[in-house]
Design a protein around this ligand. Structure first.
Ligand code: UDP
Length: 397
């Protein structure tokens, strides 16, 4: 018999869909005692206005007015303030979500977006489906937003020790909490080949350090000025700029690349991030939680040059506090200096890779998928997996 898992996401940025896709890929590997049918639903897109515009609003706010987004984030980040927001939004989603539950008849519901946790709990009650467990998979690091923390969810999966502590402090019972890591795609665990072989496959030079430059799935923010500054700086490294879905930026940079003093590679959205990260020596990135978790898995030290105000601030602290990279968020000149220092300092890069090895739980998506499967099959969170919080260590399921 096949069981059904319903994933609730919103296409704000690329991270939530990437996380859901990572878990569903791992769920597809499970065949015993039953296989899983799954559906990833961009809930906001099917609700009433203005929720339908959430994805577009998010992209526009980040592209043209990040401080406005940051102000909104902080304004709603309090227990009572967040409750008021939920009450305001409820009429916009309640019926659609309830109908979705009734139509799909899931055996487990997985919320991979902060705004959908409380919504899922209410809609489940409306649909009279209290027997269907709800699992929250938190995909932010550090001091995560209030909306992520739902003590009433049947299980809460967290990516890092800091978030585990925050969830406890917000009343999530330890028996429902699991520290399994950020859900990165299983293909990050499965990359084969040496650095030299991977560079060969990717058409990258063998005789130079390689620095990747990324800005999440959308490729916005300070990516253009940072790429220009790095490409002008005569650094002893080959630059690979990954523009994600930002085709305008890709075209602009490809044109610029032609007359740069040092060659650089410009890519659009690529599915080769696992291979690129294993082939590279350094990653310069916006503080997206997905990209940072992937870099940890690939043991690729980072320089953070940008972050989404509010939402990704905790990720910046996570990088600094765990010693997995440098922070250069003040100016492009600071980014250039940080990259220059690091590519010349093999010892520091090595220390960062060791810190990444400690901080990155292995096989995260496969373990999250196994937990979800167990919950779907039994209707409860399995006892034997209770996580007793040792500092910075992870238990295997
Ligand atoms: N990504 C990708 N190909 C690209 C650019 C980005 O697969 O060309 C993926 C990246 O590996 C990560 C996700 O997009 O899994 C970005 O998620 P993150 O949380 O870092 O940032 P967001 O896009 O949500 O701001």
């Amino acid at each position: 018999m096949t069981k059904r898992a319903l994933f609730l996401i919103s296409d704000t940025g690329g991270g939530h869909r990437s996380a859901a896709d990572a878990i569903t890929a791992a769920l597809d590997e499970i065949k015993e005692p039953n296989a899983f049918d799954h559906r990833v639903e961009d809930v906001a897109a099917h609700c009433s206005f203005p929720l339908t515009q959430l994805g577009l609003g998010y992209s526009m706010a980040l592209r043209y007015a990040p401080p406005v987004y940051g102000a909104l984030y902080y304004a709603t980040n309090g227990r009572r303030r967040y409750k008021a927001l939920v009450r305001f939004c409820e009429p916009l989603y309640r019926e659609r979500l309830r109908d979705l539950f009734i139509r799909y008849k899931p055996d487990v519901i997985v919320a991979v977006h902060p705004l959908l946790n409380h919504a899922a709990l209410r809609a489940r009650a409306d649909a009279r489906m209290l027997h269907v467990p709800i699992v929250t998979v938190i995909t932010d690091l550090g001091k995560v937003h209030e909306s992520w923390l739902t003590p009433d969810a049947d299980a809460v999966v967290v990516p890092a020790h800091e978030v585990y502590e925050r969830a406890l402090s917000r009343g999530v019972h330890p028996s429902r909490l699991r520290l399994l890591g950020h859900p990165i795609h299983p293909k990050f665990d499965d990359v084969v080949g040496t650095k030299a072989e991977l560079r060969d496959q990717l058409g990258l030079p063998q005789n130079k350090a390689i620095t990747l430059l990324m800005a999440g799935g959308e490729g916005g923010g300070k990516l253009l000025p940072t790429a220009i500054a790095l490409s002008r700086a005569h650094l002893p490294t080959h630059l690979v700029v990954i523009c994600g879905r930002n085709e305008t930026l890709q075209a602009k940079l490809a044109e610029l690349a032609a007359d740069r003093p040092s060659p650089m590679t410009v890519l659009g959205f690529t599915d080769k991030i696992p291979e690129l990260m294993r082939a590279a020596d350094l990653l310069v990135t916006k503080a997206g939680p997905g990209t940072l978790a992937e870099a940890n898995a690939a043991q690729l030290p980072v320089v953070v040059y940008d972050y989404v105000p509010g939402q990704e601030r905790g990720n910046v602290d996570f990088v600094r506090d765990n010693g997995i990279g440098d922070i250069a968020i003040d100016s492009t000149a600071q980014v250039v200096r940080a990259v220059e220092r690091l590519v010349k300092n093999a010892e520091r890069l090595k220390a960062m890779r060791v810190a990444q090895e400690i901080v990155a739980p292995k096989r995260s998506s496969r373990r999250i998928a196994r937990l979800i499967a167990q919950i779907a099959n039994t209707g409860t969170i399995p006892d034997e997996n209770v996580f007793v919080a040792p500092l910075r260590t992870v238990v295997s399921l």
